[in-house]
Ligand binder design. Structure first.
Ligand code: GLV
Length: 320
């Protein structure tokens, strides 16, 4: 019997083909829907490999059901969707896909930063709906990015790539991280700041911390109140790090200027999420890593890790 691989999302056939000869490949193949929970639980029963994506909850129940599982290859850099403790207890390897997506995600962080500063979403909506009736001296005016202060919360690989972009915009760079990053301080002139100082002084707060019990709700009402009225907050990390209710109130009541969000507490974001009613919110469907080259690179890393484990080798990018 060939070892079974279950892939939770439809992949391009050229990514799957190399597995087909040696392995029994099963794949959830709906184009635009996440795998149904009962299908996942059924398919993992016999699977040695689970190829998951960021929207799949790979929780304890999955590990308890998947008696033959050797590896969860999670096609994302973040792995908060995988119960790491349960993986350890069941002796299952978990891998992720770092590095290939660093620059792409930093690009999107910067795109959101620029979009919120210059109100691009609001301005385009106006144009498309016929609201642009004349050129106006103060019409659609926003905030300058060049020379402003950026505050990066979470100075990992993506944080550093954002800092590098910020140097090109001649920005003052503050960062907050669990530990100091002397190399980033040296390379980008980044200054370490405690959270409150960063929130008070930054014109653009960019959240890039991982989703952990310590970072859930990290930015709430108190933190938003510390920010400047003219400042924006950008989240390309994970929903839940910013408290959405507190954010809604802060944006609605002009406590802060704008928010650029690629991630939400519930994804796909329900259309009745009040944040979507606000013109000073730019909202995107979790596309931080979504360039063609990067998504293929992520798939290649996943494939490599799976081949390694099935061939009895140590995979790269092992998180547990
Ligand atoms: C996407 O959110 C990722 O963690 O790669």
């Amino acid at each position: 019997m060939k070892p079974k691989i279950f892939i939770t999302r439809k992949l391009p056939e050229e990514m799957v083909a190399p597995f087909r000869e040696k392995y029994d490949v099963r794949m959830w193949d709906a184009e635009d829907a996440a795998v149904k929970r009962y299908v996942l639980l059924e398919e993992v029963k016999e699977a040695e490999v689970l190829w998951s994506v960021v929207s799949d909850a790979i929780d304890r129940e999955v590990f308890e059901t998947a008696k033959k599982l050797k590896i969860v290859a999670n096609m994302a850099v973040g792995y908060n969707n995988v119960d790491i403790e349960a993986a350890k207890e069941h002796g299952v390897i978990v891998t992720n896909t770092p590095d290939v997506l660093t620059e792409t995600t930093a690009d999107l962080a910067f795109a959101l930063l620029l979009a919120t500063a210059r109100r691009l979403y609001h301005a385009e909506e106006e144009l498309r709906s016929g609201g642009w009736t004349s050129w106006s001296p103060m019409g659609y005016t926003g905030m300058d990015v060049g020379g402003a202060t950026i505050g990066i919360i979470g100075m990992g690989r993506i944080g550093e790539a954002v800092a590098r972009r910020a140097t090109g915009f001649n920005m003052r760079i503050l960062y907050h991280n669990r530990n100091r990053k002397p190399a980033a301080e040296e390379a980008y002139g980044a200054e370490y700041a405690d959270m409150d100082t960063l929130l008070k002084e930054a014109d653009f707060v960019v959240v890039l911390a991982p989703h952990t019990p310590e970072t859930v709700g990290l930015i709430g009402e108190r933190e938003l109140a510390l920010m400047k009225k003219t400042a924006s907050i950008i989240n390309v990390a994970r929903g839940g790090i910013i408290d959405e209710q507190a954010l809604y109130k802060a944006l609605k009541n002009d406590v802060i200027w704008a928010a650029g969000l690629d991630v939400f507490e519930t994804e796909p974001v329900p259309l009745n999420n009040p944040l979507l009613t606000l013109p000073n919110v730019t909202a995107l469907p979790h596309i931080g890593s979504a360039s063609i080259r990067t998504r293929i690179g992520m798939m290649e890393l996943n494939a490599k890790a799976i081949h390694a484990v099935l061939e009895g080798r140590e995979p790269e990018n092992r998180v547990v």
